[in-house]
Design a protein around this ligand. Structure first.
Ligand SMILES: [Zn+2]
Length: 560
């Protein structure tokens, strides 16, 4: 399967999907898909992804055309049209999708159908340029049995009180105003209970009718009371992220009880959750924050290539916890980050770089590199550049790329701009190289240069004040004591030697608060010397928990 291909030279602008799902009980779909697209000079032929469906006929610019459907590719056999570059293809098709659109039953035995496209399964139910780099707007016009309702991306584009068709069925129309990734173009059909949760991000939702995001829950029957309780902070989450990051880009936000195979699927403006944890009343609020954060990162700002998936999953995995930090406190945040750290330290995939352009099995990208390590990389970057530059950089990146596609260098550029720092070393070691630091540190104190001043030259450095200046304090007069910390980076040789600006906490003997001192590690064996005024009781590395790694520390002379 040429899963990673993008169709060279084809840029879909809009999908108009007119589908008939009155046959949902028979797991049958029929319809017409019209794709408006641009043909660029690089295009060899007109072809799209389509698998498992039967094609009845194809029109190109209104004219019947010959086609071939083989190996998941629909190719038009007509000669490539000359300019202008804008074209429309309409495909009439039918079939029983075995993937992408999942037919099932609700708890009462009534039929349901839920799209579940990630990463490239849209092709199993509509013709598409099934790649995240080609975002487009979409309109769904779907005929469904009476008593069923249909959720999809975007806003309803029909009068709410339209009367049923002659056979009792109903047409549901939804349409997006902004381009979204194909992997989030979804419909969900069931006998839903609808629950309005309220309005969010007022003034920060340029594409929402009325300027506010309507947040709602669509639950399967019997499950809406739990939905109301579980999603009670769903409105607040949208408010939080819109304020922190930038405008909510979509028309509304519906949380849908569905049958996705994932723990949650961030479909643009219609988040799908799996049925089992919902119906068993054991959903985590963390998944709601994660999927909501995806509306900004992943959906509005979309990685252009699968290898840069951390720009979606790492961001959702960090901004979710930032919500709980703001609302529930630092401890709620630290608990989540500690769990993420443990995952990274235990994972075999940590031996590969986060940016993995060679992955041929896209599901294998759903790993701790893209989720937990991605979250930690953002956390470390925040530590390196500081809160102000970090959040300004995030906002700048979001503003510049909203409704578009990105690669990691776009994010790096924004962060370098707002921090006024060169961050090449940071992005290289954490994203393009494998692993994490494994530090073994040993510390002791020494009396140095009795009776003299500027004793720091014993450390072998030219600048006599260098070490004591690290925390901006003057070399305390009369102190002849140095804390020496020898740190080895013991990670495997195939992993980089990490450059690590970090802190140590020094706890003096006889009580008193630990003093935090900045240090910089940059080789496999660094020796750090810090002038201290009082005898040292003990020290700890990274007291603020800003660095991802495994740290061991011991006092010389003690059993490690
Ligand atoms: Zn996610």
């Amino acid at each position: 399967v040429r899963a990673l291909a993008e169709r060279a030279g084809i840029d879909v602008l809009h999908y108009d999907l007119r589908l008939d799902l009155r046959t949902v009980a028979e797991k049958q779909l029929s319809g017409a898909a019209s794709l408006s697209f641009l043909l660029r000079p690089g295009a060899r032929q007109i072809s799209f992804d389509l698998a498992g469906m039967e094609v009845d006929s194809v029109l190109l610019d209104g004219v019947h055309t010959e086609f071939r459907l083989a190996a998941g590719v629909l190719s038009l056999l007509s000669p490539k049209p000359a300019d202008p570059p804008a074209h429309e293809m309409t495909v009439f098709y039918h079939g029983s999708p075995s993937e992408g659109l999942i037919f099932g039953r609700d708890g009462a035995g009534d039929p349901t159908a839920f799209a579940d496209n990630w990463p490239n399964r849209a092709r199993w139910w509509f013709p598409a340029n099934d790649h995240p780099s080609d975002k487009a707007t979409v309109r769904f016009d779907v005929r469904v049995p009476g008593g069923w309702s249909l959720v999809a991306n975007g806003a309803r584009s029909q009068p709410e009180d339209r009367s049923p068709e002659a056979d009792g069925s109903r047409r549901w129309e939804w349409e997006t105003r902004v381009p979204i990734p194909v992997y989030t173009m979804v419909i969900g059909l069931a006998r839903f209970s609808h629950l309005d949760l309220g309005r969010a991000a007022c003034g920060r939702a340029p594409n929402a009718p009325g300027g506010c995001v309507r947040v709602s829950v669509w639950a399967l029957r019997g499950d809406s009371a739990y939905g109301a309780e579980r999603f009670r902070r769903a409105v607040d989450m949208v408010d939080f992220f819109a304020k922190l990051i930038g405008p909510f880009s979509f028309e509304k936000l519906t949380h849908v009880e569905s049958s996705t195979r994932f723990g949650g699927m961030e479909n643009s403006s219609a988040i799908f959750y799996p049925r089992v944890p919902w119906s068993e009343r054991r959903m985590s609020e963390g998944v709601i924050a994660h999927e909501t954060a995806h509306q900004w990162f992943g959906d509005a700002v979309t990685p252009a290539r699968w290898g840069h998936l951390w720009l979606s999953e790492g961001f959702a995995s960090y901004f979710g916890p930032l919500y709980f930090r703001d609302r529930d406190g630092e401890e709620a945040f630290r608990t989540r980050m500690a769990a993420a750290r443990a995952r990274v330290l235990d994972s075999d995939v940590s031996a590969r770089p986060v940016i993995d352009e060679d992955a041929t099995e896209l599901y294998s990208l759903l790993n701790s590199n893209n989720y937990q390590k991605g979250a930690w990389i953002l956390h470390m970057l925040r530590g390196v550049v500081g809160d102000s530059a970090f959040f300004r950089g995030v906002r700048e990146y979001y503003r510049e790329h909203r409704d578009g596609n990105v690669l990691t260098e776009d994010f790096q550029r924004a962060m370098e701009k707002t921090s006024d720092m060169s961050l090449e070393w940071f992005f290289r070691q954490w994203l393009y190289q494998p692993g994490f630091p494994q530090l073994r540190a040993e510390w002791w104190t020494e009396d140095v240069n009795a009776g003299g001043s500027g004793g720091a030259d014993l450390s072998g450095r030219a600048d006599p004040a260098g070490d004591a200046d690290l925390d901006g304090k003057a070399n305390p007069a009369g102190s002849n004591r140095e804390l020496v910390i020898a740190v080895s980076q013991t990670q495997p040789p195939g992993w980089p030697t990490f450059r690590l600006p970090m802190e140590v906490a020094v706890r003096p003997e006889g009580g008193g608060a630990p003093v935090r001192r900045p240090i910089l590690l940059s080789t496999r064996a660094d020796t750090v010397r810090l002038r201290v005024e009082r005898p040292v009781a003990d020290i700890s590395l990274d007291p603020g928990e800003w660095v991802l790694g495994r740290f061991e520390i011991s006092h010389r002379g003690e059993t490690p």
